[in-house]
Design a protein around this ligand. Sequence first.
Ligand code: BEZ
Length: 203
Amino acid sequence: MKLFYAPASPFVRKVMVFIKELGLEDKVELVKISTTVIDQNADLAASNPVTKIPTLVMDNGKGLFDSRVITAYLDSLVSSKSLYPAEGEARWDVLCMEALADGLMDAAVNNRYERGMRPADKQWDAWSDGQVKKVHGALTALDGMAASFGDRIDAGIVGAACSCGYLDFRYPDIGWRESYPALGAWYAKFSKRTSMQETQPPS
Ligand code: BEZ
């Protein structure tokens, strides 16, 4: 398999943490690329018509995306361990928590593009404020759940951790630990895992 990736993407990080936690490192070739909406990578486009990273090219040559589809696929390859509960309420809770974390990362990444790439005279403050509000909404929800996280590891937990990591990387001034202390206390421990340490965003 081949994974198109960019090290700064929190969605890529989620997939990389899955690869490490599931012991699939030897099975995935990493292909680092640069792609933006206005300069779309042609190799990536051949496997994913909407040119988003991460994209996984399976051994049969087909492209697989987005990150939630890739994580579910990687999980299906390993019989000895799973990061998704098989059934019942626990399964839907984990799937929804992964979606919540992805929503946080979407809002944070969208706002970064707005503030970092769009010409200053075209930026829309209300739109940007709305994205930040989504980030805080997700953080409030995750903070409310954090006391129950314990030593759990699953797709929701990995998503939450990659969300926190992205805020540290791109929003160091947001001070999320002060406002969301239960989440901060949990992340302090979870972020020490080898899979998190080895996938840290570039400095
Ligand atoms: C970033 O630089 O923050 C970034 C890069 C690629 C995808 C998402 C975010």
